[in-house]
Design a binder for this molecule. Structure first.
Ligand SMILES: CC(C)(COP(=O)(O)OP(=O)(O)OC[C@H]1O[C@@H](n2cnc3c(N)ncnc32)[C@H](O)[C@@H]1OP(=O)(O)O)[C@@H](O)C(=O)NCCC(=O)NCCS
Length: 182
């Protein structure tokens, strides 16, 4: 049984398992989902299997990584959300926790990114007792930018260029103090 970490009114957040490969492949191969991510959509399920392997390695090494988001009413994997421990530097930051999320387009516009994101932040600040959580977003990704800034309360700390695709990205930070106040 895959371990469930969080339950919200409409969602379950649980570890990603190898059996999720077809649903993860739907995300990874979708050009709309991958539009602002900095890497091309994949073309073979084996590539998603490799991604799952990498995520499961992070569970072992870091105790945390992105989690599957399951819509309770359909019992379907609709995306992923969660904290990644950054071992490689991004924008000069290293060994910090970063919030990320991706959802299948048919589930966009229902408030799921916000609902999952808030629950993940709660877990990070309360269960993991983190002082700060980071996030970054390509400047053109206005939807995700709106979520980070206006729905989740992140504060922007300038821009940087993503070395993967040379996109200009906004660097966001949210402190435990600010999270508790909101
Ligand atoms: C960005 C993404 C996660 C949004 O997911 P979602 O579940 O539709 O988001 P929510 O329903 O929680 O939306 C919250 C708010 O953002 C707004 N929003 C979402 N997508 C938007 C878009 N493309 N343009 C403008 N606003 C958008 C919603 O209208 C809503 O605003 P409101 O509550 O003020 O009316 C989803 O589009 C996605 O998976 N995109 C591809 C992957 C990606 O870009 N991930 C983030 C990388 S940083």
């Amino acid at each position: 049984m895959a371990k469930i970490f969080i339950e919200t009114p409409r969602l379950l957040l649980r570890e990603i398992i190898y059996k999720d490969v077809q649903r993860i492949f739907l995300l990874d191969r979708n050009p709309e989902v991958m539009k602002y991510i900095g890497v091309k959509p994949v073309s073979r399920p084996e590539e998603s299997e490799e991604t799952i392997k990498n995520i499961r390695k992070q569970y072992q090494e870091n105790g945390i990584a992105r989690w599957a988001v399951i819509e309770k009413k359909s019992n379907l994997l609709i995306g992923w959300s969660g904290l990644k421990f950054l071992r490689e530097p991004i924008n000069g930051y290293q060994e910090v926790y970063e919030l990320g999320y991706r959802f299948l387009p048919e589930f966009w516009g229902k408030g799921y990114a916000t609902e999952a994101g808030k629950a993940v932040l709660d877990y990070g600040f309360i269960e993991l007792n983190l002082d700060v959580i980071y996030a970054c977003v390509a400047i053109q990704n206005v939807g995700s930018d709106h979520i980070l800034k206006n729905k989740l309360g992140f504060e922007s700390h300038g821009t940087f260029v993503d070395p993967l695709d040379k996109a200009t990205c906004i660097w966001y930070e949210l402190t435990k103090e600010k999270f508790n106040k909101d």
